[in-house]
Design a protein around this ligand. Structure first.
Ligand SMILES: *Cc1c(COP(=O)(O)O)cnc(C)c1O
Length: 440
């Protein structure tokens, strides 16, 4: 190997950063957990807030120099509470996983049991068992039980869940916490239907809104705090179009327990530049969030219908395919999810493979699962609407079903993308969505 000089290594990183932006400028970004923030959010992220410490609660910090940071953080909390109609918001958790850990730490002890959706049923690895290196088991020592799942309806089975809880009680194995929400999330979970039942068994209920926070914020999905959950955790960068980060919402009575778990429990610095960027995002959400969320869901539904029309087996057909930003379809008639993900990437269509109900039983694994998951958040931010979904479905069909050479589709995709270079649903649009900013 030729040794490169320090200057060459330094330059090489910048070349990769620029090439990455170029790639996304010419791609169809369909990862359901990703989004593109506004130029305003990007500006906050490069501010000096990112070089500071502000441990503790605003007004009660352990270091000096926090006068402006405190003002921004109070505003950030005020806006978060306003969006989600919450009594209490902790804006400090630095990610969705950390937000979940805050809630586990505040309301359970190691050895307690938590009821969660399994991964093929949509659960997230941060809800998982120790033997799978899931955060709940590995980091906080929780034992895990799974909700019974209805694969036709693509949601938690209410009657079977009630039966399971009664059985677990008889076996003296009653969960202390119930988790709703997940990563494969087409339809609202039955929180209203189950919350008082679960609470009558003494359970704390958390709703993990990592994926759907932006839809909830826009009033276009379920409203977990009104449906009986005690706490809501989320990421701030999936359908919510903010910086990478986390957030915990709750009621005043749980505020102290959550605050202590966040600091000193699970954060020291809380990525203050991202906190400022959250505040900016929340202002944008209050202004544009409803229109955005409505269009995201319209696009998801249109994309699902076009894919179904082209012959794909789209999950959730009985319920109209989706009520969220996600679409999941089986590719087992053509190949497997792992191989299809690679083929689509050759044409700059960025998707992820997805375990779907039935995969584990059939011996399929995470590397070669049966499904592909798509999300419409980022393409909606880029200004795409229902008619554009037909083009996207057709590109996917040409590669997966017609087995056309992805390299030949790539030039069509590049020209399709030319019309969608700005971020929509934000106040200021001077910078293009993936424009590279040079400060050196
Ligand atoms: C993405 C996701 C998380 C993790 O969020 P990060 O912000 O990446 O830590 C947690 N829960 C669910 C359901 C998710 O989909």
């Amino acid at each position: 190997m030729i040794k490169s000089s320090n200057r060459e290594s330094y330059n090489k990183v910048f070349t990769m950063l620029k090439d990455h932006n170029k790639l996304f400028e010419n791609s169809i970004p369909l990862i359901a957990s990703e989004n593109i923030p506004s130029p305003a959010v990007r500006e906050a992220i490069i501010s000096d807030f990112g070089n500071r410490y502000a441990e503790g609660w605003p007004g009660e910090r352990v270091y000096a120099g926090c006068v402006y940071i405190d003002k921004v953080e109070f505003e950030c909390m005020r806006l978060a509470k306003k969006i989600f109609k919450a009594e209490f918001a902790d804006v400090r958790p630095i990610s969705g996983v950390v937000a979940n850990l805050v809630v586990y730490s505040a309301f359970t002890n190691p050895g307690d049991i938590m009821l969660v959706p399994s991964i093929p049923a949509g659960g997230h690895i941060s809800h998982g068992k120790k033997e799978h290196s899931g955060t709940a088991g590995l980091v906080h020592g929780l034992e895990i039980e799974f909700y019974p799942f209805d694969a036709e309806e693509m949601t938690i089975d209410v009657d079977k869940t009630k039966k399971k809880i009664q059985d677990l009680k008889k076996a003296k194995h009653l969960p202390k916490m119930a988790m709703f929400g997940g990563s494969l999330f087409l339809f609202p979970h039955p929180v209203k239907e189950l919350s008082s039942f679960l609470k009558s068994y003494g359970m704390h209920i958390n709703y993990d809104a990592a994926h759907v926070a932006g839809l909830i914020a826009g009033g276009m999905f379920q409203d977990p705090l009104r449906e009986g959950t005690d706490t809501v955790t989320m990421s701030t960068h999936k359908t919510l179009f903010g910086p990478q980060g986390g957030l915990v919402l709750s009621f005043e009575k749980y505020a102290e327990a959550i605050k202590k778990a966040t600091f000193p429990g699970l954060t020291s610095n809380h990525h203050i530049h991202h906190m400022a960027a959250k505040a900016i995002t929340f202002a944008e959400v209050l202004e544009f969030g409803k229109d955005y969320a409505r269009q995201v869901i319209k696009n998801a539904k249109a994309l699902a219908e076009y894919l179904n029309g082209f012959g794909f087996k789209v999950l959730g057909e009985r319920r109209g395919f989706t009520k969220s930003h996600q679409i999941v379809f089986s590719v087992l008639d053509y190949s497997d999810g792992g191989k299809i993900e690679v083929e689509l990437e050759k044409a700059n269509i960025i998707v992820n493979r997805q375990l779907i109900p039935g995969d584990i039983r059939a011996g399929r694994n995470y590397f070669h699962p049966g499904g592909i998951r798509l999300g419409t958040s980022e393409i909606t931010r880029l200004g795409m609407r229902q008619a554009d979904m037909k083009d996207i479905a057709s590109f996917i069909k040409q590669i997966v079903i017609d087995k056309k050479d992805p390299k030949k589709i790539l030039s069509k995709i590049k020209s399709f993308r030319k019309d969608f270079q700005k971020v929509h649903y934000c106040f200021d649009k001077k910078l293009s969505a993936y424009e590279y900013v040079k400060l050196r």
